[in-house]
Design a protein around this ligand. Structure first.
Ligand code: ATP
Ligand code: MG
Length: 573
């Protein structure tokens, strides 16, 4: 079924009459209407954790499941009341150590219920939570703990050796989960903190108080510490309603790790603010385990990333037939451009549309999306979330008309927006141009208001006077039956300015040969454009990616040109 033409729009036929009217809402929506959802609208007392957890208990929904956990060995279920109690315990434990409002407390541990409980405990007392992906090595951990001036870090014994306590003057406590004894100075046991007190506790805050410090993925350079505040809840609630289409009774699984913004914003806050049950899967990726999880919990809404979908695709289309996936209603993807080939696979194999949505750590929550109520356009990132003003602007800060490629920009300020770059206010200033927030991505808007991603501004290729976005070439390459993944860059050329080079990995059953490379080149030439066909193709065992699955084109480029590779702390092994 490969390499056939793809419909330009895919409409959803089921329950069309019940779907929201996007155009009308987008016109009428303003954030102050959404704010009325929150108890602080009446009381003036703000805390994300109150709205995400405690409120459900206070309003009689305490017995509803909040978190369903599995990793193949452990299997646990927590109600909203359980999560409230446990996070209060952790909060009391932190208070007993002298942790207070504004302190940075980091979490460096495997995905587990304890991670979620710790994060909620931190935010509950007004401290700022800094989640770190468990695969980080010592350098990466040190950089982030130093930069943020973290006062405490919660970790697991197997990760302890990667925390260079002696080099971290601000670090006062290392809180150990899953251990019965401490082995060094500054160590505290998680279980002891959990036994300090089970009393209810919450710190009342203002909307602009700091909540989360997320370091960006490092695709384009050194990761930046992005501060999100409690007001982000207004946005995350709405993303849950619109982008993720969350409805009462849903079982929702977002596969992102809380070390990345998707894992907290889309993985915890959006569903919990909407009172939705969250599924959490620990352990490593395997296509079988993932299908099993979808079936076991009867997942209705599933959120993952292009890299994961590509891995699942590579496991074949027979595998999903062994599982009952009939409960699945809505599938989402974010983090990277979603190749139309993946959407085709979703339609053919799962009989579901996959809905792309675009955002960044700095936006804090979804900005544009292929909403369930709209026809999706494969390859497009969809339309702006109601409440968001999204535009394409030129380098002088002028708004461009449809069909013009330019800087994807957002009008400040929106609730989940970054409030500062930690320790680097100059960097923060650089995001703004004539009152616009500049994303660093290049895109255009079509005449119907759908946005189309071209590439990172720095990755866009200029060849013989033509602009070529790497994403379009990569997506076309992936339509060829031999190509599993592709990363495309521009290489300096005296005649053409730049020429296009593609790095690809092959699917099983294909072997490298000059004929195959030529065939792939011709494939892109005849199906996309002659000027967009890669002149150079290199076949590799893998493509360098961040641990969150983003292709690191800057690394491909540095390798190609023999230049220093820069910060590699987030690169996958
Ligand atoms: P760094 O800022 O450290 O270089 P990063 O930009 O990859 O890393 P994130 O904030 O995790 O860090 O990622 C945001 C970026 O991911 C966006 O700027 C965009 O390039 C890409 N992205 C996210 N979602 C999509 C999407 N749906 N389509 C295309 N690109 C996407
Ligand atoms: Mg970025």
């Amino acid at each position: 079924m490969k390499a056939q033409s793809m419909p330009q729009e895919i409409l959803l036929m089921d329950e069309a009459a019940n779907l929201q009217n996007y155009e009308k809402t987008a016109l009428e929506m303003d954030w102050s209407t959404v704010e009325q959802q929150f108890t602080w609208h009446e009381t003036g007392r703000v805390n994300m954790v109150y709205e995400a957890i405690d409120r459900h208990v206070a309003e009689g929904r305490g017995a509803q499941p909040a978190l369903l956990y599995t990793d193949g060995v452990r299997e646990e279920a927590y109600t909203f009341a359980d999560i409230q109690e446990q996070s209060c315990r952790f909060a009391n434990g932190l208070r007993s150590l002298g942790v207070t409002k504004g302190d940075r407390v980091f979490i460096f541990m495997p995905r587990s219920p304890e991670l979620y409980i710790a994060l909620l405990g931190i935010v509950r007392i007004g401290a700022i939570a800094g989640p770190l992906f468990e695969a980080f090595m010592e350098e990466a951990v040190k950089d982030r703990l130093l930069d943020s001036g973290a006062k405490a870090v919660i970790t697991a014994p197997q990760l302890l050796s990667r925390i260079p306590v002696k080099d971290l003057p601000d670090l006062q406590y290392v809180i150990l989960t899953g251990a019965d004894e401490t082995t060094a100075e500054k160590q505290v046991l998680y279980t002891d903190l959990m036994n300090t007190s089970s009393d209810y506790t919450i710190e009342w805050l203002g909307r602009e108080d700091g909540m989360l410090l997320h370091y960006t993925s490092g695709s384009t350079g050194k990761p930046k510490g992005v501060l999100q505040v409690h007001d982000a809840m207004v946005h995350q609630y709405l993303s849950g309603k619109w982008t993720y289409d969350l409805r009462e009774g849903d079982i929702y699984w977002c596969t992102a790790d809380p070390g990345w913004v998707t894992g907290t914003s889309a993985g915890m806050w959006s569903p919990w603010l909407n009172g939705i049950t969250v599924v959490l899967r620990g352990g490593r990726f395997s296509a079988e385990a993932w299908y099993e999880t979808l079936e076991k919990y009867g997942v209705t809404v599933w959120f993952s990333a292009p890299t994961a979908f590509r891995m699942i695709m590579a496991s074949g289309s027979e595998l999903p037939k062994r599982y009952d996936l009939s409960k699945l209603r809505h599938i989402l993807s974010a983090g990277e451009p979603l190749n139309p080939e993946v959407i085709r696979w979703g339609l053919e194999t799962l009989d579901r549309r996959i809905h792309d949505n675009w955002w960044m750590t700095e936006t804090g929550s979804s900005i544009c999306a292929n909403f369930r109520c709209n026809p999706i356009r494969p390859g497009s990132m969809g339309k702006p979330l109601p409440g968001i003003k999204l535009a394409i602007i030129d380098n002088q800060g002028n708004e461009l008309p449809p069909k013009h490629m330019g800087n994807l920009a957002i009008q400040p300020k929106w609730p989940a927006m970054v409030r500062t770059i930690w320790n680097n206010p100059e960097k923060y200033e650089q995001y703004f141009l004539k009152g616009w927030f500049i994303s660093g991505d290049s895109a255009y808007m079509d005449e119907d208001g759908y946005f189309w991603f071209e590439g990172r501004v720095d990755d866009v290729i200029n060849t013989a006077g033509e602009r070529v976005g790497p994403f379009e070439v990569e997506s076309k390459l992936m339509e060829h039956p031999a190509v599993a993944e592709a990363g495309v860059i521009g290489v300096p050329d005296p005649v053409r300015g730049e020429i296009i080079k593609a790095f690809i990995t092959l699917r099983e059953g294909f072997a490298e040969s000059d004929e195959l490379k030529e065939e792939i080149r011709t494939f892109v030439k005849t199906r996309l454009a002659a000027h967009a066909a890669p002149r150079l193709i290199e076949i590799r065992q893998s493509i360098p990616k961040t641990r969150s699955g983003k292709i690191m084109r800057r690394v491909l480029k540095a390798w190609e040109l023999g230049l220093p590779t820069g910060d590699l702390s987030t690169m996958e092994e």
